[in-house]
Design a protein around this ligand. Structure first.
Ligand SMILES: Cc1ncc(COP(=O)(O)O)c(C=O)c1O
Length: 330
């Protein structure tokens, strides 16, 4: 009887979990751990900081000013546009929740990083998918995306670099997507957590492309300091403020020592990035060498492979199949 009731109510129940995160946290003990998406950890002792200056409590109610300034300076934006968040996960959650209402239409790329879909389902929006086709090198096809946009669309969500293929979406395409969004009063959410693994000619954040762009990122993946949970959102000041207010419902204030260490990490970000770069580039080399294992990987995309979707080498060498079979991709 209870089961029957549950089955009947299921379509009306809120989605309140992520199967991928659960799998990643409980099933990822392996010699070659492919369930983690960050580079090997950067040790605290390698960070040239005076630990005596670390404090437990401080003034950080709606963000720690030095950290907001550091994030803003890194991206060339006003600190008012920076919202601190617990990793890119919380950044994505806050960004989506502040922008959409239940039943709104949200367009999400396919394949996509699973938890982005989970949040969308949790928020009870109407999810529509647009394809990144393998035959098209996993690139976004603006014409296809255009066909999906309706007057009800409130948000278009993409990752750049794309998780899982690492394909870079160029600024010209991002501008087109921005135009579609603007024409119906929607926003474009770009998760840029892997963008800085484009080491030569690193593209600037898409936040600069127009007020409809909202960007999320963090230090958790490609800088080796995931434990700091230093994430952020870039949004226009009014929307940014809405996100800070919304965050009050989730966590009253951030962890102050984490903010101090994050400021220190930003001061030495180039050191962290260079260290990670050696790992990432070695992985990319390995992937090129193992090209035979990736028959479906786009020749162009292989340039960017090794960032998203658990491909970083953190336990020596590995080889595995890449593509749709990834558990974190839906
Ligand atoms: C595209 C993407 N966004 C967000 C996240 C989560 O990031 P964080 O650990 O900063 O919460 C991941 C983790 O794999 C990811 O691949």
């Amino acid at each position: 009887m209870v089961l029957l009731l549950r089955a009947t109510l299921l379509p009306f129940m809120t989605h309140k979990h992520s199967d991928y995160m659960h799998w990643s946290k409980t099933q990822s003990r392996a010699p070659f751990n492919l369930a983690t998406s960050g580079v090997a950890p950067f040790a605290l002792r390698e960070l040239p900081i005076d630990l005596k200056k670390l404090e437990i409590n401080g003034d950080d109610s709606y963000g720690y000013a030095p950290l907001q300034k550091a994030i803003a300076a890194r991206h060339g934006v006003d600190p008012d546009c920076v919202v601190e968040a617990a990793g890119t996960s919380m950044a994505n959650h806050l960004a989506m929740a502040a922008i959409v209402e239940s039943s709104d239409e949200v367009l999400i790329e396919r394949p996509a990083y699973g938890p982005i879909l989970d949040v969308a389902h949790y928020l009870q929006v109407h999810v529509k998918r647009f394809e990144r086709a393998e035959e098209n090198g996993w690139a976004i096809d603006p014409a296809d995306l255009r066909r999906c946009v309706t007057s009800k669309t409130r948000l278009i969500v993409i990752t750049n670099l794309h998780n899982p293929t690492s394909v870079l979406t160029p600024e010209t395409i991002l501008r087109e997507i921005g135009d579609f969004a603007r024409s119906v009063g929607a926003h474009v959410l770009v998760d840029e957590v892997y963008l800085d693994t484009v080491y030569e000619g690193t593209p600037r954040t898409s936040f600069h492309l127009g007020p409809e762009f909202v960007v999320t990122s963090s230090l958790t993946k490609i800088y080796g300091v995931s434990g700091l949970r230093c994430g952020w959102i870039l949004a226009q000041p009014e929307l940014a403020w809405k996100m800070r207010r919304l965050n009050d419902l989730y966590s009253a204030t951030p962890v102050y020592p984490g903010q101090l260490l994050s400021v220190a990490a930003f001061k030495h970000l180039d050191v962290l990035r260079e260290k990670a770069r050696r790992i990432v580039e070695a992985d990319r080399e390995l992937l090129r060498w193992k090209r035979g294992c990736f028959p479906r990987a786009p020749a162009d995309g292989i340039r960017h492979l090794s960032s998203p979707g658990s491909l970083f080498r953190n336990a020596g060498t590995f080889s595995h199949r890449h593509g749709r079979e990834h558990r974190n991709v839906r």
